[in-house]
Design a protein around this ligand. Structure first.
Ligand code: PMP
Ligand code: GLN
Length: 406
């Protein structure tokens, strides 16, 4: 039976005196990633905006997911904290890579990607009025989740100097007030590619202990480090009890669509985060959890291979961007390159630049200003993702050279 088409007459807005969207979320429009990926699809441009690989991760891990699905493992609600195989694999991963011991039964929690882990941790730990310090530029979901928790975000700005972005520890100290509840860190850092050094992390740990702060540390790019090393904040003295460490399989294994993430921390910390998480998704992604358990046990050669290939791609795109006329901040980690567009001589407004770029040369990028409260600080900076095939990066670099030619 077909239904007759009725002309569209808009329904009256209920409660017109107040917007539908609650005021905590009013300032957050559509995420820039959705906006820019839609722009890429619409224009057919090369998408170096949203950070997702254009090739899937290891075939054997994809097959592991198929096997789990076929064998009926995870097709019904898995246990709330995650399947034991994955919790065991996460615990073993922390031990093998960092010498950190977490009890898989009480100190590990599986989440729907790092995104849910961030949301659950903030909803669990923050009360209305609490101040949350976040490194600016910050990943966009941080601001929205702090707002949902009723917290107040206090940005501490990373600034470019000598070809890289740096944290000013004095600024961090100055940002702390009696209302500060929590530091929300991210290393390796999206979008700047900065990897906090052991000395910086030691200083942050000292500050957290001295001021009795909780810490959420987002370490989703832990395996994507090209210069220096990734050191988990939880490994510093006094930090285990006060830190919720977050990671995800999306970046490490190139399956961003599976949305398997996790939190490790003390029994009390993980228990608190679980209290919030159970009412968000309850559980997620059953069969994928089994596959990620196998992925975490891959030999070191897998992780080294990923790093080597991405380092090559970083250099490929960084050199291309330099030749195209950008000032490039070569990242020590992540798969993003932040650039300054001012040397190109055109607009110094990253938003305008990114909106025009697909039409001009057929490439999509992300304006870093969206990751700032102090928008003027981020205005001339634009981020490019290099988790794409070499030939795609070469083609993008060659198109971007067209900018210099007018
Ligand atoms: N944190 C950071 C810093 C990110 O860049 C991202 C996006 N990949 C996430 C968290 C979200 O990770 P997931 O896809 O696992 O939810
Ligand atoms: N983390 C990815 C990025 O920074 C995008 C994830 C998303 O679309 N929310 O590009």
């Amino acid at each position: 039976m077909t239904h007759p088409r009725t002309p569209h007459t808009p329904d009256p807005v209920p409660h017109p005196a107040r917007p539908l969207l609650n005021r905590r979320l009013a300032e957050f429009g559509t995420t820039i990633f959705a906006e820019m990926s839609a722009l890429a699809t619409r224009t057919g441009a090369i998408n170096l905006g949203q950070g997702f690989p254009d090739e899937d991760g290891p075939e054997e891990i994809r097959e592991a997911a198929v096997r789990a699905l076929r064998d009926g493992r995870g097709n019904q609600y898995p246990p709330g904290p995650g399947v034991p195989e994955l919790r065991g694999a996460i615990s073993a991963h922390q031990q093998r890579n960092y010498g950190l011991a977490y009890d898989p039964d009480t100190e590990v929690l599986v989440t729907a990607g790092a995104t849910e882990a961030i949301a659950a941790a903030l909803l669990a730990l923050v009360e209305p009025g609490d101040e949350v310090i976040a490194l600016e530029p910050y990943y966009d979901s941080y601001a929205a989740c702090i707002a949902m928790a009723g917290g107040r975000r206090v940005p501490v700005t990373l600034r470019p100097r000598d070809g890289a972005y740096h944290l000013d520890l004095d600024e961090l100290r100055d940002a702390i007030t009696p209302r500060t509840r929590l530091l929300l860190l991210n290393t390796p850092h999206n979008p700047t590619g900065t990897v906090l050094t052991r000395a910086e992390l030691a200083a942050i740990a000292e500050i957290a202990v001295e001021r009795d702060l909780l810490v959420i540390t987002d370490e989703v790019y832990e395996h994507l480090v090209y210069d220096g090393e990734h050191v988990p904040l939880a490994s510093f003295p006094g930090m285990r009890a006060r830190t919720a460490t977050i990671s995800s399989s999306g970046k490490t294994f190139s399956f961003t669509g599976w949305k398997v993430g996790w939190v490790t921390g003390s029994r009390e910390m993980v228990g608190a985060v679980r209290s919030a998480k159970q009412f968000l998704t309850y559980v997620s992604a059953g069969p994928f959890q089994y596959a990620v358990a196998e992925a975490l046990a891959l030999p070191d050669t897998y992780f080294e291979g990923l790093r080597t290939e991405l380092r090559f791609r970083r250099d490929l795109l960084a050199d291309g961007l330099t030749q195209a006329g950008f000032e490039v901040y070569r990242p020590s980690g992540t798969y993003f390159i932040t650039t300054d567009i001012r040397p190109l001589g055109g607009t110094s407004d990253g938003f305008a630049f990114c909106r025009e770029l697909p039409e001009k040369v057929g490439v999509v990028a992300i304006p870093n200003a969206v990751f700032y409260d102090h928008r003027e600080e981020g205005a001339p900076f634009v981020r490019f993702a290099f988790c794409k095939k070499r030939e795609v990066l070469e083609e993008a670099a060659s198109r971007l050279k067209g900018l210099a030619q007018g």
